[in-house]
Ligand binder design. Sequence first.
Ligand SMILES: *Cc1c(COP(=O)(O)O)cnc(C)c1O
Length: 318
Amino acid sequence: MSVSFADVEAAAGRIAGIAHRTPVLTSRTADARTGATLFFKAEPLQRAGAFKFRGACNAIAALSPEQRTRGVLAFSSGNHAQAIAYAGALQGVPTVIVMPHDAPAIKVAATRGYGAEIVPYDRYKEDREAVSRRIAEERGLSVIPPYDHPDVIAGQGTAVKELIEEVGPLDVLLVCLGGGGLLAGSCLAARALSPEVEIWGVEPEAGNDGQQSLAKGEVVRIPVPVSIADGALTTHLGQHTFPIIQREAAGIVTATDAQLVSAMRFFVERMKLVVEPTGCLAAAAAFEGAVPVKGKRVGVILSGGNVDPAALARHLAA
Ligand SMILES: *Cc1c(COP(=O)(O)O)cnc(C)c1O
């Protein structure tokens, strides 16, 4: 099943009134530093603190009444879990979350707080998809994956739809990249609403499977990367996300952990905004010149703000 801009539009209708229409922020300091006009889409201010709420809401809203009664299962390193738990709670659907045992404490606590049942697994020893499949089969739950699902991709595309509707056509769009749900959805929305836009994915330098995949022309799998960008520690793009990215993206660039910390500091100091390390990937590409932006109108997705306060303090003090 392929996914198109019509699906993004349908998702926007389904999530209206449930998901926030997040603000678009600007910064004269950031513009002066890059020579560009930057538009930051502030998904740290989305419900549950990240864009993942959009895809989760859309995927749950698209289920049949019978599937909703039985409940849904999600496997996630954090933000997708919180999004599913919260979207499920708001729509009266029970949720089970399969989470790595070493997921950030703030994310585990928040997910439980939304009323989800948590099943931990060891991400270095067990295959989360196999664990999830077994539990879902036993209990008759619908699995909603974090990125490789048409309804999830369509939901994630609503952020860029809002951004371009608000600020007009863009020359460049920078989007962080894990498994590619956000980038694929962003590609669909951006190509439809600003056809000439150049779209770039940005992933952690330590986990550049997306970059390798584009170079090779097929999905490349890598070992679990080690980076502070804990929302983008995916090992491969998806069967739904890769073809869209391959068709629409100009390319994929990377950011180092040090560059992410520097961007986090900028957002706290200058824009009074907490952006988690993964959420800084796209901004880091603009700040560090990984993608040429001078003289251009540039959309930058700040994807989420869920970082442990203690970890944030450590990063800022370093
Ligand atoms: C999940 C996530 C990403 C990566 O999204 P994909 O759809 O997997 O590419 C980026 N930033 C944050 C904050 C996330 O939670």
